[in-house]
Design a protein around this ligand. Structure first.
Ligand SMILES: Nc1nc2c(c(=O)[nH]1)N[C@H]1C(S)=C(S)[C@@H](COP(=O)(O)O)O[C@H]1N2
Ligand SMILES: [Mo]
Length: 251
């Protein structure tokens, strides 16, 4: 949501609610056209994405107090029923791996144990679903930025795509490099001081607290750096966007 101040700055930049065409031109100039910026809802999607990136790029999601943690967090949907997932779960996720590839200098694959040796961060944030419900939890994991720094981003890298276990109906999503390097974007293996439960995407999920819940892909197995989202799904860089939601889900 735009604050009064940012709205005024935006207007100061010559853009009013009626100036979507101008906004689209400016966004184009700064390379801030989202992958779904071309369709009928494209000008609106472009305006919100470009406005956030130009005005509130460095801002943080609000971090809450421990006593604000939800007593009964809502697990949305059921864990995968597939045999592969069941086998992983029975093995205590000892074989779970997440690969880091695409436009990086040093492609790598991490087990959970290896991830847990990297510098960790914990933060208490809100997860809000586009369907209206939300909960607060403490999330623990490795900043995605640290993982990308270790892998070495190649020049021209623009997006980070991440996906869940490649089984039936696998979900994927993506964020721009700005969001990927944001310190609150976490490759998360812990929740409320325990291992991340499968109901909430365990053993590993992405947490993007500055965007809506659907960007926080559960059961994550792959991280791919790319300069174009064309080769993924319908080309919108997100299974949610493929289904009609906006690719950029900033809150
Ligand atoms: N793999 C996978 N990731 C997913 C989803 C899903 O169905 N499968 N649902 C998304 C949606 S729409 C939301 S709101 C959040 C819900 O997170 P929760 O289960 O911890 O509440 O996970 C997101 N990540
Ligand atoms: Mo959601």
């Amino acid at each position: 949501m735009m604050t009064e101040l940012s709205r005024r700055k935006w207007i100061g930049a010559g853009i009013t609610a009626g100036g979507l065409a101008v906004a689209a031109k400016l966004a184009d100039k700064y390379g801030l056209v989202p992958p779904d910026g071309k369709g009928i809802y494209g000008p609106g999607a472009t305006l919100s994405y470009a406005a956030h990136r130009l005005i509130t790029s460095g801002s943080n999601a609000r971090e809450l107090r421990r006593d604000q943690i939800s007593k009964t967090p809502y697990p949305n949907g059921k864990p995968p029923k597939d045999a592969i997932f069941k086998a992983e779960e029975e093995a205590g996720f000892a074989n779970w791996k997440v690969s880091v590839g695409g436009m990086v200098e040093r492609p790598v694959s991490y087990s959970l144990a290896e991830l847990k040796t990297l510098a960790q961060r914990s933060q208490i944030t809100h997860l809000s679903c586009e369907e209206g419900w939300s909960y607060v939890a403490e999330w623990t994991g490795v900043p995605l930025g640290l993982i990308l720094e270790k892998a070495g981003l190649q020049s021209g890298a623009k997006f980070v795509v991440y996906s869940s276990l490649a089984i039936r109906g696998a979900r994927y999503d993506s964020i721009d490099i700005d969001e990927a390097l944001h310190p609150q974007t976490l490759v998360t293996y812990g929740m409320n001081g325990k291992d991340l439960p499968v109901g909430h995407g365990g053993p590993l999920r992405m947490r993007v607290p500055r965007q809506l819940g659907y960007k926080s892909i559960k059961f994550m197995t792959g991280i791919t750096v790319t300069d174009s989202l064309k080769g993924f799904g319908k080309g919108l860089g997100s299974s949610a966007a493929d289904a009609g939601y906006q690719w950029y889900a900033g809150i």
